[in-house]
Design a protein around this ligand. Structure first.
Ligand SMILES: [Zn+2]
Length: 265
């Protein structure tokens, strides 16, 4: 099943990519039941590690724990069932929430959204660098003035994400309704975010070849190969790209049919 986004991009084999993702990753993040209240428990914070939030030292976790009261207060102003599809959203409250979180040392857009997505799964997408870079390439929102806060950038990006979601909602709902997804309930926000992440992250995780539908897809790397990259290429984990192939260098390589596709952003 292919999805065409209002950004003009098409996601091929979206159903297979999504199913591969949930079969691998659902159990230890999305499938973990957590209360959608306005408190941040230690478990809420630590669960984000399963989405690679890089909270890898006690001092980083302590930093969030000790500064969580303003986040909890801002969260209490956002109803638990609020959805990004709702017609009337309080962007001010959402920006206040992100600001409270991003004011905490170590906690930028990625960390905060990996924690907050579980508190408001229908409203807040995980907004890591992969999603932010993609959104910036297709945003129709007015640019922000220089010096704007990270929270303001998050809200601008999520407004654009909302446009993408509303523009592809029928397809997203069709994906959520697939028989294979019945054991893996996800919000529409999460389905779209997962697909955008798969399409744009650099390691070809969960990719499927649009030509032969093989799952044997590896990333193409350009530039002078380091010893590590040479080892990875020898193990067919990556392909070393042809430097002379400018300007349209493909990003992904199918080791089954040798098809190459995808663009760098
Ligand atoms: Zn192929």
């Amino acid at each position: 099943m292919n999805i065409r986004l209002c950004s003009g991009d098409e996601i091929f084999n979206a159903d297979r990519k999504l199913i591969r993702f949930v079969q691998s990753e659902y159990e230890l993040y999305d499938g973990v039941v957590t209360p959608q209240d306005s408190t941040l428990s230690l478990f809420d914070i630590l669960l984000s590690i399963m989405m690679n939030s890089r909270l890898d030292t006690a001092s980083k976790v302590q930093s969030i724990w000790k500064n969580k009261t303003p986040v909890e207060k801002a969260l209490s102003h956002i109803p638990a069932d609020m959805s990004l599809q709702d017609e009337h959203l309080s962007w001010e409250n959402l920006e206040a929430l992100f600001k409270a979180f991003c004011d905490i040392p170590w906690a930028g857009a990625a960390v905060s959204s990996k924690i907050l997505h579980k508190k408001r799964p229908k409203l807040i997408p995980i907004y890591d660098s992969v999603i932010a870079i993609y959104i910036n390439t297709c945003s129709t929102e007015a640019p922000l003035p220089r010096g704007s806060s990270e929270a303001a950038h998050m809200v601008r990006g999520i407004k654009c994400f909302r446009n993408l979601l509303l523009g592809s909602l029928d397809d997203v709902e069709r994906l959520r309704g697939l028989p294979e997804m019945s054991r893996f309930p996800l919000s529409a926000v999460r389905v779209l975010e997962v697909l955008l992440w798969i399409e744009n992250e650099g390691n070809a995780y969960y990719q499927v070849c649009p030509q032969c539908h093989s799952e044997k897809v590896i990333p193409i790397t350009y530039g002078s190969p380091t010893p590590r990259l040479l080892r990875l290429a020898a193990a067919v984990k990556i392909k070393l790209g042809d430097e002379s192939r400018l300007p349209n260098r493909p990003r992904l390589h199918c080791t089954h049919c040798l098809n190459e596709w995808g663009e760098f952003r």
